[in-house]
Design a protein around this ligand. Structure first.
Ligand code: 5RP
Length: 236
């Protein structure tokens, strides 16, 4: 793995590697989405290649995770074929002191919530810039919605006190379309004081598939920091 000089990239690489080091042979592993988890997937692949790890199957949380797993030689399966997931590794956009998360920066939070919630142990991998006192302070809350319900869902989100905006594609004309063929509404809330309640309330809006609040799902949060110019991994 090439190490550039970008400190955020270095933190992501090291924390991804630290999580991948926790994977044990003979296990079913949930493979998260995003740039940090991509390093974990790469390192799980290297450990399989050297023979240090044996008999791993991955459950991808997105098209991105599937492509990376194939690239790095991790055999894949589906939730139809297994009863449980031993360990899931995934990134986050914000983490509060109770280990509640905002996810969905990669528009993959619906599948991520399915896989991460099923894991016996869910490890979150973040750089220290993702730690917040209150969720919603730095990141908009992603909400996946079926296309025909976009307008009423936006109105309902406004009634909840949010400022919704449709997520638009980069290097693509028009909106982001999720792996399920849906749209993502990013919502600014002034404060999210009760994440558990907001998670349920938003998911009750007709046409909403899932939102990016992950409350009580994370077991372990590994945080990459730079101290005295060197990457350090801490457990929250
Ligand atoms: C994708 C996610 C990602 O895990 C989250 O956006 C963090 O990504 P990154 O590690 O690239 O910062 O929730 O839907």
């Amino acid at each position: 793995m090439a190490q550039g000089n970008d400190p955020v990239k270095i933190m992501k690489q090291e924390v991804g590697k630290a999580a991948a080091a926790k994977v044990q042979s003979d296990s079913i592993v949930g493979l998260g989405t995003g740039s940090t988890t991509a390093y974990a997937i790469e390192y799980i692949g290297s450990r399989l290649k050297t023979g240090e790890l044996k008999n791993i199957v991955g459950i991808p949380t997105s098209f991105q995770a599937e492509v990376l797993a194939k690239k790095y030689g991790i055999p894949l399966t589906t939730l139809d074929a297994v009863d449980s997931i031993d360990l899931a590794i995934d990134g986050a956009d914000e983490v509060d002191p109770q280990k509640n998360l905002i996810k969905g920066g990669g528009a993959a939070h619906t599948r991520e919530k399915v896989v991460d919630s099923l894991a016996s142990v869910f490890i979150v991998v973040v750089d220290s810039g993702k730690l917040v006192d209150k969720l919603g302070s730095t990141f908009l809350l992603p909400v996946e919605v079926i296309p025909m319900a976009m307008a009423p869902a936006m109105r309902a989100l406004k009634r909840l006190g949010g400022q919704p905006e449709l997520r638009m594609g980069v290097k693509k004309a028009g909106p982001v379309v999720t792996d399920q063929g849906n749209l993502v509404i990013d919502v600014k809330f002034d404060t999210i004081s009760d994440p558990a309640n907001l998670e349920k309330t938003i998911n009750n809006i007709p046409g909403v598939l899932e939102n990016g609040l992950f409350v009580g799902v994370a077991d372990v949060v590994l945080v990459g920091e730079i101290q005295d110019g060197k990457p350090v991994i801490k457990e929250m």
